[in-house]
Design a protein around this ligand. Structure first.
Ligand code: 5RP
Length: 248
């Protein structure tokens, strides 16, 4: 459709956006239907795709009278859980999760993820790490052969505020590219995470050994967490443009 010259750029954009929303919903519904059962403790991710998963979860809890306890990965997730009347808990009371469902910014061939587009990567990684099964939901635009091919904003790295300059220099000295402080949309100041930290977006220049890179960046003093999720995702559900769901 978007190749047709008569279609204006705006209509083209809204068509793509609509398709992506439908794809997010398809992925989210399929994941909830395939992985959620009665009496589970469920990690709830952050972002726009997870909203559909929580919609479906709430629907199933109501219809099937499921007993589900939800662990949020962010303030947004906490609000979603409460707004949907789901049971909210935390890792103090429920440190062992059955399943965590979350979105991603990019997924490569070996299920390595970039996450943290919304700045919630630290809590997302903690919650995913506590879950027996970590299931990812995404639209077709996140599906990638190699990280960096689709997501152009780089790898988010959460840092203690006083360390953002030394951490940025250490990352670029060792791995190249540039690591830029994420600013609020208003540009009035930096984005501040749920943990009161800053985010650096590291725009890397070429593919790397992501496991090694993740470990090395985590060793830099002042780094709280990276948005590289290596060896964590068990399955990824991609909602596709043609209305199907691809599972990897
Ligand atoms: C937030 C995240 C999100 O899960 C990721 O950015 C995907 O978001 P969306 O579902 O809106 O595409 O990691 O920190």
């Amino acid at each position: 459709l978007c190749g047709v010259q008569l279609v204006s750029e705006n209509r083209c954009y809204s068509h793509t956006a609509e398709m992506a929303e439908e794809a997010k919903k398809l992925a989210a519904y399929a994941a909830v239907d395939n992985h959620i059962q009665n009496n589970q403790v469920v990690g709830v991710g952050s972002g726009s795709t997870i909203v559909y998963a929580v919609d479906r979860l709430a629907e199933r809890v109501r219809q099937e009278k499921l007993k589900i306890v939800c662990i949020p990965t962010s303030f947004q997730a906490r609000q979603l859980i409460l707004q949907h009347g789901l049971s909210l808990s935390d890792l103090d009371r429920h440190p062992d999760l059955d399943v965590a469902i979350d979105g991603a910014d990019e997924v490569d061939d070996s299920l390595t993820l970039i996450k943290g587009g919304g700045g919630c990567l630290t809590q997302e990684k903690i919650v995913a790490g506590c879950a027996k099964h970590f299931i990812v939901i995404a639209d077709y635009r996140k599906d990638s052969k190699a990280l960096g091919q689709q997501w152009k904003k780089g790898v988010p790295v959460e840092v203690v505020p006083m360390a953002y300059v030394p951490v940025s220099r250490a990352i670029t000295r060792r791995f190249g590219g540039e690591a830029v402080l994420r600013m609020a949309i208003s540009k009035a100041g930096p984005v501040v995470t749920d943990n009161s930290n800053f985010i650096l977006d590291w725009k890397f220049e070429h593919a790397q050994n992501w496991k090694e890179v993740n470990t090395a960046i985590k060793m830099i003093p002042g780094v709280v967490e990276t948005g590289l999720f290596v060896g964590m995702a068990e399955k990824v559900y991609f909602g596709m443009e043609d209305g199907s769901v691809k599972v990897r």
